[in-house]
Design a protein around this ligand. Structure first.
Ligand SMILES: *Cc1c(COP(=O)(O)O)cnc(C)c1O
Length: 468
């Protein structure tokens, strides 16, 4: 063995010298083994000496990378409210309590308490979701993509009826890797495109349906908008085409807003259709996410005709897509909060009393409510190696919803001295909890709209540490 190889420390020695890393020991051992093997191979190839200090720095960096990849709370100063990278909708205290209660004890997940025997899952939740959506029935699966796959499996995967009629203007991609044509194909359906990218007429739908048609699908343009020379037929005309073929009319709504959105961001607000509205206009089924504008846990809701919902729940695939008890507990609590708001109608704009649904309260918080918080943060940062001031920002709903809506917001603007903006941002991301903001106009900015008031002191401590 060469001297260079002999100089590489043993796994045991490295483990002793590392001391307590805060990570489970078997995980640390795996990293140390892997890094030493890489090093040995490199030294073997070049026979060059490697400094022991370098070896330790290397292993420490690998352990740090592992530690930082652990799922953990993050302070979101980006101003993007439903941030897909940050777990979409945070849950309020009442919802978190509901999860903890069901998690810690046995529960009636599949038990009929009055009868004292086995019962169905999620009966209460399905009932109240149907009330919220003003539908005959509702069912819940893992996410909206799963809901759509379930619908396609049930209605469009049995020949000869496999054709799904959809406008070319709605063959969209939503987020990473969710492409409507690919989902259709994966579910065993056949795409029957109608119209053009910018114009689709009622007649296009009427002419496309035939004895191979399985369903008519509309997909909400969540994350982009069409402008200029465009045409989309009214929903009742699309519904009429589906009815003529005797097949369901399904709308994939995505967002799942149940509160009005047009007042967000001033006069030119966008209207996000609600599930109730889509069903009223003629859809037989609507599906949407639990963790976008509904503000609950990751889930997919299907609401609409009772006979269709019953058929979906009988589909063998439903078993593979069903939610666990923690999600059901969180969604149940979220739906109840929506129903309690505004006496059950759910139609009043939020913004008065806190709703218990964090994303709603963030969306509707007036900038004047955010300003005193930034002023207090600025006052707490005097005399440090960072210039702090009150700034303005443009918050967004995010989650691929309401792409044109800009919500005026208030920011903590920071200009660090002696360190670049990108390095300063990296220091804040390296803290516990990590703080993420954005750089604009030569400043590092933290939007207070997406930072909980209870996190203000953590932000203060993080900025102090990063400036030091
Ligand atoms: C976001 C979205 C989906 C996917 O929802 P998930 O809950 O993330 O699976 C599907 N359709 C539309 C229109 C969407 O906006």
């Amino acid at each position: 063995m060469s001297d260079a190889l002999r100089n590489i420390p043993s796994v045991d020695k490295v483990l002793r010298d590392l001391g307590d890393t805060g990570l489970p020991r078997p995980a640390v051992v795996a990293v140390v083994r892997r890094e030493l093997a890489v090093l040995r191979a490199a030294v073997d190839a070049t026979d060059s000496q490697q400094q022991t200090t370098d070896i330790f720095a290397h292993i420490r960096a690998a352990l740090d990378a592992l530690r930082r990849s652990r799922l953990q709370p993050v302070i979101n100063g980006t101003g993007i409210i439903v941030h897909t990278n940050f777990g979409r909708s945070p849950l309020g205290p009442e919802v978190v309590r509901a999860i903890a209660d069901v998690a810690a004890d046995y529960n009636n997940l599949e038990y009929d308490l009055p009868a004292g025997r086995r019962g169905g899952r999620a009966a209460y939740l399905e009932h109240n979701l149907a009330v919220l959506c003003q539908s005959e029935a509702a069912a819940v699966v893992n996410n909206c993509a799963a809901a759509l796959v379930l619908v396609l499996r049930r209605f469009a995967a049995k020949p000869p009826r496999t054709e799904v009629v959809i406008s070319r203007g709605e063959l969209v991609q939503i987020g990473g890797g969710f492409r409507i044509p690919e989902i259709l194909e994966a579910a065993g359906a056949t795409l029957r495109e109608v119209g053009t990218t910018n114009k689709t007429t009622a007649d296009d739908y009427a002419r496309a349906v035939n004895d191979r048609t399985a369903l008519v699908l509309k997909v909400h343009r969540s994350n982009f908008y069409l402008g200029g020379f465009t045409e989309t037929p009214p929903a009742d005309a699309v519904a009429a085409a589906a009815r003529a073929a005797g097949v369901p009319f399904v709308e994939d709504l995505g967002g799942g807003a149940v509160a009005p959105t047009e007042n967000l961001g001033g006069a030119a607000g966008e209207h996000e259709p609600t599930p109730a509205e889509v069903l009223r206009r003629g859809a037989d089924l609507v599906c949407f996410s639990g963790d976008k504008l509904l503000g609950g846990p990751q889930a997919g809701v299907v609401a609409g005709k009772a006979s269709h919902i019953a058929a979906l729940k009988k589909e063998p695939f439903f078993r593979a897509l069903r939610c666990d008890k923690l999600v059901l507990a969180a969604l149940q609590a979220t739906v109840d909060l929506h129903l309690r708001r505004a006496g059950g109608a759910g139609d009043d704009p939020p913004g008065g009393r806190p709703s218990g649904i964090p994303i709603l309260d963030m969306m509707y918080a007036p900038p004047d409510a955010l300003r005193p918080r930034v002023e207090r943060l600025v006052a707490g940062l005097v005399g440090l190696a960072v210039g702090a001031s009150v700034g303005t920002g443009e918050a967004q709903v995010g989650g691929g919803s309401l792409p044109r809506t800009v919500i005026p917001s208030v920011t903590l603007d920071l200009i660090p001295r002696g360190v670049g903006l990108d390095d300063f941002a990296a220091r804040l991301r390296a803290g516990t909890p990590p703080v993420v903001g954005y750089v604009s106009g030569g400043r590092f900015k933290l939007d207070l709209r997406t930072i909980f008031p209870r996190q203000d002191d953590q932000v203060l401590a993080a900025v102090r540490a990063a400036a030091g």
